[in-house]
Design a protein. Structure first.
Length: 869
């Protein structure tokens, strides 16, 4: 390669790898344009220099054949290349040929630059708005001097802008339409100028300041972003003459970055906002080429666009009446500094208007925001001393959110105990199959009698309502009988997984202090002799004689003093302090959840272990409608290929799986192609559902099966579900979780306990019949997470820690956590618990645990430690 080749010149722009360790070498992506041996030679050299060649525009067959042999996509036209780069931007475009005309949109997809190209002058003039009759103007000496002077003026300010641009972030605006395609062209509209009556008595300058502060407060509360970064339109008259020739070389939008302290009064926030405005005016703008000149900035693709920030603010010095300019679309984009929405304030009279992309923001949303600002500022004028987080800016909307979407009262017999749902089916069809475990079958009547005999024995051993009874068995018929017997005896079953670490099991036993333990050999071994010695052991595997002669009839709940308000189970979940916490769930709460979801007599797989609350759902959603529950071996459960064969052999109709397990099953199915014609319902919960290509393909091949996305947690069981469309091609990438089930109240609140606006992000609080009693032996934590409802007298709300928002149709979109808790393969994990354990080690001084992700939902834990000296 000769000294002046494009590849070598490109290398000169990058820091040398000579002194870097091999793991730190930089890999670049590029596109090659050319023909013959010269193009092949440079492309081979690029590959040797760790370039990834994304595509080649081949102008002859020699280069095309080589590209094909190297598995490099070959383009034949510049239009093909343009389409490719639109989806896959690259670092460099190399032309190993004579210079050619490169479309401006193609050039802009090269993050670092291009070599040996020409640009269409007319396209450039249109792009930067410096055309005159379709020609690029020749600059006069005066204009050249003006540009030079402007660059000299901006040069001392570059450090400020380099630092701020290095902290670039995009604000997620939650009110945008979900129906708009990601690549839909913008449809710009402008509202009319408006003045707010709440500010009528203020001077124009104060009106402008109040509007800016109110808008930023609104955004901070709407997005839950304390320090939103917005686009700011610099005043043109602050630069050399404001000439459009000068403006072509200067960034039209700069970042506004201000911290909104929501616990401060309005005047304090206003001062902080105006201090930022003063700072922005003092630093004017920066030269457009700063992004290209700064290696740390040019990799940020958004910074290369004219409007990097979705939300923008502009202050104009235009005069005029508030009723003028009723245009439905701006004539040009000079007023636009947000790619989605611009809030423009007119300084002479303190009025404002909106410029918005109607393809992504409905006009009704704009009207709603205007009303919210009016209400917020009216609250400021009424009491300017209150914290801005406490100012209500909703009107009738709040009534709708609380009274309409959260009122789901319905007739439901949740005064029954959960095992009575099973007993009702015993009366209807005693001969029907209730449980299948390998070659063993048990009818409803037989299973009921066996559970009753054990229940009477437990009653004689002293089991009473609300008393935890531990159960630690491998998956078997005895396990199912044990659960039913504990419930019938009035106790609350306390599941202990034999696969758990012995220390964890002992920790739970020490906290719950059960007096009885139902177990098998595996359970006794897992707990250890010391833990077993503290309880009365009922061995369900070998020692069955003591209850064999007991009555097969149902124990009378009335004689036991058992009601639906008593506990059905105590299930322990991860705790942030390193101590697991036991969730106490009542019969009535579980019955309400079960009656609010599926109602089909289906053959159901029992997949989850008992220490997951979904296992209770698997058992009783099946039994309440007379279905057969199918147990599987643990080895089959862990091997997805075997699980698929099991589903086929056992003709499973209903399946419960967390998203990651379901997606993995779909992936293995794509290679095995096992047909599951019996499958009808697939429930998923525990993690945010993603409609991956694997899932779509699986359900496309099983048209009789429906995917049902549920939301819930151990503290609230299931509170909503969404049946996805029969056609998987219609599924959104992130399906919502539906609406609340009967007798469930859902609230989305901000950090101050105030309902967020419709469509805004808030923390989920759940009230109604499905809420757990609290945490066993943890009164402080119970008081923190289970609070009295400020909306319904006598109701309690569970604070989930999950973030969500209402969609326009009233469905709930689950967005993730607002704390460090993570879910991995359905397991709820508190990183703080792991940190606490790590820090107990003598060699560890500090530790941090985070969740990493390899693919859709494929999460794993990563621990970082600082060793003790």
């Amino acid at each position: 390669m000769d000294h002046g080749s494009p590849l070598e010149r490109a290398s000169a722009y990058e820091p040398s790898d000579r002194d870097r360790p091999s793991a730190s070498r930089i890999t670049f992506s590029s596109v090659f344009i050319g023909s013959g041996r010269p193009a092949i030679r440079d492309a081979q050299l690029a590959l040797a220099m760790d370039h990834i060649i994304g595509a080649a525009l081949c102008t002859d067959s020699t280069f095309a054949q080589w590209a094909a042999s190297a598995n490099i996509p070959c383009m034949e036209t510049i239009e093909e290349l343009s389409s490719f780069l639109k989806a896959e931007p690259v670092d460099w475009i190399f032309s190993i040929a004579d210079p050619f005309t490169l479309p401006l949109d193609v050039l802009e997809r090269a993050r670092r630059g291009a070599f040996k190209y020409m640009l269409d002058a007319q396209a450039v003039t249109r792009r930067f708005n410096v055309d005159q009759s379709g020609r690029l103007l020749i600059l006069s000496d005066e204009q050249v001097q003006s540009i030079t002077a402007t660059h000299e003026m901006l040069a001392p300010l570059e450090n400020f802008w380099r630092k701020r641009l290095g902290q670039f972030k995009r604000l997620h605006f939650p009110l945008r339409s979900l129906s708009a395609a990601a690549d839909a062209p913008p449809q710009w509209q402008s509202s009319s100028w408006s003045s707010l009556s709440a500010l009528a008595k203020l001077s124009p300058q104060d009106r402008s300041e109040y509007l800016l502060a109110a808008w930023l407060i609104y955004l901070a509360r709407l997005t839950k972003e304390k320090q939103p970064q917005l686009g700011w339109k610099p005043a043109g008259d602050g630069l050399q003459g404001g000439s459009k020739f000068v403006e072509a070389f200067i960034a039209p939008v700069v970042p506004m970055d201000v911290c909104i302290e929501l616990n401060h009064a309005f005047d304090e926030v206003r001062k902080a906002v105006m201090a930022e405005v003063a700072q922005l005016r003092a630093h004017a703008s920066f030269a457009r080429d700063l992004i290209a000149r700064c290696p740390t900035l040019r990799d940020v693709e958004a910074l290369r666009s004219r409007q990097p920030w979705p939300i923008g603010i502009a202050i104009t010095s235009k005069s005029g009446s508030v009723t003028d300019d009723l245009s439905t679309s701006p004539k040009d984009d000079q007023a636009l500094c947000g790619s989605l929405l611009t809030f423009e304030v007119r300084a002479p009279d303190g009025s404002f208007r909106w410029h918005f992309d109607a393809a992504r923001l409905a006009p009704q949303v704009i009207d709603g925001m205007t009303q919210h600002l009016q209400t917020l500022l009216r609250g400021v004028m009424d009491d300017a001393r209150q914290a801005v987080s406490r100012i209500d800016f909703q009107t009738e909307e709040r009534t709708a959110l609380i009274e309409e979407l959260s009122q789901t009262a319905a007739a439901c017999s949740f005064e029954r105990c959960i095992h009575e749902l099973f007993e009702a089916q015993v009366q209807k069809a005693p001969e029907a199959v209730a449980v299948v475990h390998e070659k063993e079958r048990s009818s409803y009547g037989e299973l009921n009698a066996r559970a009753n005999r054990l229940a009477h024995h437990l009653i004689e051993l002293g089991v009473k309502p609300d008393q935890p009874v531990a159960i630690c068995l491998e998956r078997s018929m005895a396990m199912v009988i044990g659960v039913l017997a504990i419930l019938k005896a009035g106790g609350a079953y306390l599941p202990l997984d034999p696969a758990y670490p012995p220390a964890r099991l002992r920790q739970i036993v020490e906290d719950a202090k059960p007096k009885l333990l139902l177990c098998d050999v595996a359970g006794q071994t897992a707990l250890g002799a010391e833990a077993v010695a503290q309880v009365t052991v009922v061995d369900l595997e070998t020692n069955t004689q003591p209850w064999a002669q007991q009555s097969p009839s149902n124990p009378d709940p009335g004689k036991l003093g058992l009601t639906s308000r008593h506990l059905a189970y105590v299930i322990y979940t991860s705790g942030s302090t390193g101590v697991p916490k036991g969730v106490q769930m009542s019969h009535g709460a579980l019955v309400n959840s079960l009656m609010g979801i599926g109602s089909s007599k289906l053959r159901t797989l029992q997949f989850a272990t008992l220490n997951f609350d979904v296992s209770c759902q698997e058992l009783f959603i099946c039994w309440k409608d007379g279905g057969a529950l199918v147990l599987l071996r643990e080895e089959t459960r862990r091997r997805v290929s075997d699980l698929l064969e099991f589903l086929e052999q056992e003709a499973i109709e209903r399946l419960f799986l967390p998203f990651v397990a379901l997606n993995h099953l779909a992936g293995v199915w794509s290679t095995q192609r096992v047909q599951l014609p019996s499958l009808r319902e697939v429930y998923t919960a525990g993690e945010r559902l993603q409609a991956t290509p694997l899932l779509r393909a699986f359900f496309q091949a099983h048209p009789n099966a429906r995917l049902i996305n549920q939301y819930g947690s151990t503290e609230i069981s299931v509170i909503s579900e969404h049946h996805l469309a029969a056609d998987p091609s219609c599924w959104p990438e992130m399906p919502h979780v539906g609406r609340p089930i009967a007798n469930t109240r859902v609230y989305l609140l901000d950090g101050q306990g105030v309902p967020v606006p419709f469509g805004a992000v808030g923390e989920l609080y759940i009230g109604g019949a499905g809420v757990a009693r609290g945490y066993l032996n943890r009164p402080e934590l119970t008081a923190e997470r289970f609070i009295a409802s400020p909306f319904v007298e006598g109701d309690r709300l569970y604070r989930t820690g999950d973030l969500a928002r209402y969609l326009p149709d009233g469905n709930i979109e689950f967005l993730g956590r607002n704390d460090d808790q993570v879910k991995i393969r359905g397991y709820r994990i508190e990183p703080g618990e792991i940190v606490a354990k790590l820090c107990e080690h003598a060699w560890v001084r500090e530790a941090v645990v985070v969740a990493g992700q390899n693919g859709p939902g494929d999460k794993h834990l990563i621990a970082y430690v600082v060793c003790a000296p």
